[in-house]
Design a protein around this ligand. Sequence first.
Ligand code: GLA
Length: 660
Amino acid sequence: MAVERRPHLGDATRGRILYGGDYNPEQWPEETWPEDVRLMRAAGVNSVTVGVFSWARLEPRPGERDFGWLDRLMDLMHDNGIGVVLATPTSSPPPWMGHLHPDTLPVTEDGRTEYWGGRQHFSHSSATYRRYAAAISEDLAARYGGHPALTMWHINNEYCTYDWSDEAAARFRTWLRQRYGSLDALNSAWGTAFWSQGYGDWAEIHTPRHAHYMKNPSQVLDFKRFTSDMLLECYLAERDIVRRATPNTPVTSNFMPLWVGQDAWRWAEEEDVVSVDLYPDPRDPLGAQQGALVQDMTRSQARGPWMLMEQAAGPVNWRGVNHPKPRGLNRLWSLQAVARGADAVCYFQWRQSRQGAEKFHSGMVSHAGEEGRTYQEVKQLGAELAAISAQVTGRHTGHDIAVLHDWHAWWAGAQDGRLSHEVDYPDVLKAWHRALWEAHLTTDFAHPEHDLTAYKVVVVPQLYALTDAAIDNLLGYVRQGGTLVSGFLTGVADEDDRVHPGGMDARLRDLFGIRTLHEWWPLDAGEYAECDDFRGTLWSEEIDKSEDATTEASYKGGELDGLPAVLRRGRAWYLSTLPEPGALRELLAGIATGAGVRPVLDGLPDQVEAVRRGDLLFLLHHGREPVTVRVPGTHHDLLTGTAVTNQLTLERYGVAVLRP
Ligand code: GLA
């Protein structure tokens, strides 16, 4: 049977790390284009993403097309050896659309219309919007599908909208009919016996709009699923249009990091290239780890090389206070992405705007221009990426530890009526990843239903709701010899958000050796649960263990004195609290060692991150003082072209890429 070959990132990179960024030439007089090209070439830019926000320019009036400027731009890029990632411009409809067709505008939860004048003012459910989006995508595909500059399609931009409008409500009902088949099934799944919410007619069901008091959590959960699915429908419609025209050109749509609104596992299956936009705060002491988390997740979604679609060469302008990147940090974080599997290092945006809402957001060419430090560093990095490209691209390395993450569990757990609003799912996920990152253990991410057999250790920071298939998967994984470590609030509910009798799925309780889970004891902000040799945060539990389970750490003092804080039954570990960062790091590092997983390198200084990619070893120094790193043996540093024997010194934000 012929296996369909899907295009992938390698078709666009052809052995070169893609380097460049969003290019918005329509914001500039055409006379500046040659200057752009000169600077791009000097900086080693080989890829630009064009057209992301060009809809009003491309379709100035309904149905009209103005492609002349884009024709000239595409030719110019091609003549200069710069590939174009061409976007469908559908994330920011022209003003005429909302003006002529108010039904294309999204409506908020409390009934306010989101108008044009910003961006992303489209209703994912609007048939009119979808029709116009399809038409412009068709025309772009027809016109540029055969253009030699085209390397990839970029659909829309950071799909992230919600819509509570009437049209969305109608689609929600259709979606629910497909999911449940009958109102009886829906009433049961949503537990509508509570508070007199039983539905007798599909027409009575709305998107979960502003209500007097807490909303039905299962309805809200389904609305989140529905939203992700509607955005996916929009993506798929445009993807299929461009795919029909150019079956061999890869298609992507850029994710936001750990964005709550899209089930990115599901989305990634539909993308030829998984891409992400990543903007850690240069002032955040954990910025590098936050970056690593997103990079690990994106690599895992891609199951191979991925694309850093956007990052900032300097400051962003959407935080309360926006700091530039100190000298060397852009290079360090870019190479960190490459270490963790990126084959494309791109920015928002090429040239910093002079007008508009993002004029204080950096570009590769900042307001300081060619002489500015930002461009000079961008140029140096371009040369370095070009030098290592051939040895890096296409290489993929899986790791021994998987962190499980699932959007549905996140959505289900994040409800108004939860016991503690101090428990924030992304923060818990970050805390666990941080513990592993600081222990110099590189991790993949996985979905709870993925095949986990390749991993020696699987950690579950928190999966409040799990499907039966996921529970079977976890049980099977441990049965086959895997080591599983789970945090609290895991397996509490089924996929409709029904709490399991006993407060946790019985099979999981058995797995971890929990005989009775009497009560949850959430902790206030700043409150700690004293344990044997660490302090627990956020949460604690009143648990009786089963006889064959071992208490690895117990609560000390207070109501829970002597009860298990960390429980183990065989290779299954359960943490009923979140140990403080250092303690969680030691605990997980110890469990990993027990399962035969070693850090990437022994004796690494705290601020040095080591990552393997294929046979390459990346060493990334996140500190400002020089450090010496021991690397037994003789290596070749691809960045300096010199030999390294047994040790090397990394200067402030220094990087080495070692080949044996
Ligand atoms: C996102 C968007 C870009 C731009 C940047 C600014 O990533 O995709 O259009 O707004 O943020 O950081």
